[in-house]
Write a protein that binds this ligand. Structure first.
Ligand SMILES: [Fe+2]
Length: 384
């Protein structure tokens, strides 16, 4: 006797089952409850197949049929099947839908006498089209009764939700491509402006992410920091070449002009609303813990944490690189400067984090390991 699995199954709270991996629900639930729950699960950033799996599971359970299938209009997209009808494969659902896919609704009460050859185990089915997106196929009511208008109406709702989510997913992918392209174009522009520091922004971004990880910051904050690192010096686009690339000592006016890159950076980015959250890092990455930095002479905790992390990553990479006016510093020289500036120029916790993962940071600097732009763009678009 092995009654335990069934007893366990009956202990599951049916009202919570839609949230599970299977997306199950109960036949007793009203239509508005079922639809409402599905709508709450509509996420623009989800893969369409994930929502389609959930929706076909919900529809099958709520109608009490043997199987439901989402057949996308494109042959390149996968047919999503919930339930099982003996001997019926995913491609069979495509064949069942094919003659009717452009009709709004088609009910075939006797599948074996239908216009297309149906597998023997299919008694009756309905095809509910969702515009140009595809069609839902509903197969074999378990009661043995015919598929009626109520079942069709519910399938129509769910088919339109699937079509809406697929549309949203396309728009999301386009938006993601666009933001990715904008950020890449901006970072390329910084590199083109000053080839000597080419790759600096990318390295600062990756080092900052590693420091944030060491400091226990959550993944979303690390992704934000990655973008802030990529764009922290975007304002240098607005600085004259003769000042930016000068190898000799700077006059006070020239030094002041270079300092303005943080404010120019904010001006460049301010119209990109989706990037507003990275502004504090761009504006304040040259602040110093003792208040001697710029542009606002912030002190200690007044400096946003992302700016305090970027300041360390920025300085570390700058000291580790050759510049027109000096050779790169040795690791010993860098350590000495970092220790001296701990608690004066830089946040002690961030300096400690750097020493705690010094080997990793060195590897990131040399090999470019770490966060990817595409992942960070995803997180950025997911923000409210
Ligand atoms: Fe800077």
């Amino acid at each position: 006797m092995h009654a335990e699995p069934q007893e366990r199954a009956s202990q599951v709270d049916p009202s919570r089952m839609i949230d599970g991996a299977e997306g199950s629900t109960t036949v007793e639930e009203g239509e508005h409850v079922v639809i409402g729950r599905l709508i709450r699960r509509l996420k623009i950033s989800d893969a369409p197949s994930r929502f389609q799996t959930l929706a076909t599971n919900v529809l099958r359970a709520s109608l009490g049929v043997e199987a439901t299938a989402w057949v996308p209009a494109s042959d390149y997209e996968e047919v999503i099947v919930s339930g099982e009808v003996l001997g019926v494969s995913a491609s069979d659902y495509r064949l069942l839908a094919a003659p009717f896919a452009r009709d709004a609704v088609q009910i075939v009460d006797d599948a074996q006498a239908g216009p297309a050859p149906a597998p023997e185990s299919v008694r009756s089915f309905a095809v509910v089209a969702a515009g140009s997106a595809g069609a839902l196929v509903v197969v074999n009511p378990q009661s043995g009764q015919a598929i009626g208008p109520l079942e069709v109406e519910r399938a129509q709702y769910i088919a339109s939700l699937i079509a809406t989510q697929a549309n949203n997913a396309t728009i999301y992918a386009e938006l993601k491509d666009l933001l990715f392209g904008i950020i890449r174009a901006l970072t390329t522009a910084i590199d083109a402006k000053d080839p000597y520091t080419s790759g600096h922004s990318e390295r600062v971004a990756r080092i900052a992410v590693r420091l944030a990880q060491e400091l226990g910051m959550p993944p979303q904050k690390r992704s934000d920091l990655y973008l802030a690192g990529l764009l922290h010096d975007i304002g240098k686009i607005g600085i004259d070449d003769e000042v930016l690339k000068k190898t000799g000592p700077l006059t006070p006016q020239e030094y002041h002009r270079i300092q303005e890159h943080v404010e120019i950076g904010v001006t460049i980015l301010q119209d990109l609303k989706k990037l507003r959250h990275i502004m504090p890092g761009v504006r304040h990455h040259h602040e110093s813990l003792d208040g001697s930095g710029y542009p606002d002479h912030l002190e200690g905790d007044e400096i946003p944490i992302e700016a305090r992390i970027l300041a360390v990553a920025d300085s570390f990479d700058a000291m580790s690189s050759n510049r027109p006016y000096r050779r790169r510093l040795s690791p010993m020289q860098i350590d000495e400067i970092l220790k001296k500036g701990r608690g004066v120029q830089w946040d002690p916790a961030v300096i400690d984090a750097l020493f705690a993962c010094r080997m990793d940071v060195e590897a990131i600097r040399q090999k470019g390991l770490g966060e990817s732009l595409i992942g960070a763009v995803d997180v950025t678009l997911g923000r409210r």
